[in-house]
Design a protein around this ligand. Sequence first.
Ligand code: MG
Length: 257
Amino acid sequence: MAASFVIHSEDEIRRIKIAAAATARVRDEVAKRACPGMSTLELDEIAAALIAQENGRSAFLGYGGFPGHICISLNEEVVHGIGSANRIMTEDDIVSIDVGVEIDGAIGDTALTFALRPDPSPAVEMLLKTTNDALMAGIEQAVCGNYLNDVCSAIEKVAKSQKLGVVRDFVGHGVGIKLHEPPEIPNFRMASRGPKLQKGMVLAIEPMFNLGTEKITVDRIDHWTVRTRDKSLSAHFEHTVLITDNKPEILTWPKMM
Ligand code: MG
């Protein structure tokens, strides 16, 4: 039976920290440069250049045949959007970027969603804030001795407090040396408590919440882009988190918790 989780060595953790910090820098710079009038392909090209500057490699490009350097998902797109020259961002868009960078055989994975207009609607503000709050609530439970389901339940609870749809078909995951390592990390309460969290585990925790229902569809032509079935807006936030003896360490956020 395959292991249900991975404990990383000291040397792996050292390398994962370097990759994750670079991933966070790319995420923040890409978000800063995104603006109305720019195509999502241009944004992908900016990301490619930033990843190269970090002496990294996109962990997504070519993964299962994915054609982009990062994932760029607008509005009702949940995850796995592909940069396109024909897709020009407007002030009304909300933009989700998901960045994975590999350096020296180690990987960081992080995402955030933001509105391009400075004064988004209250519904958009609530969606973005709640999804990020849920990520932080999940991370707070990512401590030694807790079970994985404590993380999952905490995330779902925040979604439910605002009646948001929790995407069930895509989930968080272990990360570090491979992009997807066990365990899977649902954003909802599991039937079992899951593995006990231990020092050296690295988790990509990534709530995906919708203003409407949890139901999604996958694009029939590109086979990647995930959208809400009811076309409602969707948000996605993700951090790479290290389980330690003490507080969880957010490796894609320059500060310790
Ligand atoms: Mg991920």
